[in-house]
Ligand binder design. Sequence first.
Ligand code: AMP
Length: 453
Amino acid sequence: MSFDSLGLSADILRAVEEQGYRDPTPIQRQAIPVVLSGRDLMASAQTGTGKTAGFTLPLLQLLSSNPHQSKSNRRNVRALILTPTRELAAQIGENVVAYSSHLKLRSLVVFGGVSINPQMMKLRSGVDILVATPGRLLDLEHQNAVDLSHVEILVLDEADRMLDMGFIHDIRRVLAKLPAKRQNLLFSATFSDEIKALANKLLHNPASVEVARRNTASEQIEQSVHFVDKKRKRELLSQMIGEGDWQQVLVFTRTKHGANHLAEQLNKDGITAAAIHGNKSQGARTRALADFKDGKIRVLVATDIAARGLDIDQLPHVVNYELPNVPEDYVHRIGRTGRAESTGEAISLVCVDEHKLLRDIERLLKREIPRFALDGYEPDPSIKAEPIINGRQGGRGGQGGGQRSPQGNGSRGASARPAGGGENRGSKPARPRQGASEGARRASAPRRPARSQ
Ligand code: AMP
């Protein structure tokens, strides 16, 4: 999904593009349409998930498409973003400025610890969007420097931290100054009873959205990366499924076309598979899912969006046939395995084009995913990386990568060796671990020297 399909105006999309954002993050995909619809929102998302743009972009859109109603010529505060710390306020303020660069909206950040006078002066000249910490906002209000009676949208960001920091009374005081009719957006990383109580008072018929916590890919999940050339991925996958006798595998591709192509190829290999993605009818999706749950098909090939609403838990195997463009999607994908008490395995087949995506994922996870080189599948060092454009890999291989290699008869064992290679030259070689693919379990060959791939 691209930003274009979220209902944002051309001026906002231009600013987003200038930020270098290519695709919306999961929280943005979920939150933006809700906010645009005017509904209250309760969102579970941490810093780092892109939540700021998740509320700021639609907020800007709402304000710019409905000119302010004030009888006087004065600009009143129409959107109030409350946040616990100065740093966060400053950061959000910077984002607001960047995202509104092509709009005629004024914003201001106010927090304590600095002189109040310049803030008062700026407020006097009129501000549409105010980003504030609660204490300073109340000081300004007491001094009649700010009028909160025209606020149309209230954002409580990092609400759990605000409560932890003892801001509940300040928040209540601020709420009392706001008009009753307004849109409320509450963001919190956790949902304690205290937050729920606040949400109950604050929100009216809210939509709730939730994204995976950052850096918390479950410890129950055995993750591994297998470097393999793009055009040999399908062959390797078929072999892993066959040798491991996997009966239920969820496989992710980046594109709908890739999902279709791979499902077809697997069926040709004698492995029952179906693809689910946005172009399939709801009936086809439901059928595929039912067949998968019943064990009539072994492999479900899905795109990220299609997989989001899937009610399938505790899968033993998840395979990233192609790495996602958005690192958070990796966490979502692998969260499909290893739930609750069960352990699961998440395998990523990574070709030379995807090294940057892998790096981004590992930065998010704050750790390196163990790498394995599979006997007979060593990447060809002469293959150069090709750009991945809009989720489609360039070049002849196509994004499905389903071509059978001339030497690929599937008869070789896919025995794995920990690979010190990949792009992490000089880093510690990964140790083989329990619970890997059948091939990886037979890891016995000596370590290969690190090599750039
Ligand atoms: P936040 O969770 O709002 O603090 O955002 C974390 C970081 O992600 C910030 O540096 C944003 O500039 C960046 N960011 C937000 N949305 C996107 C996106 N769609 N694509 C890439 N980066 C983004």
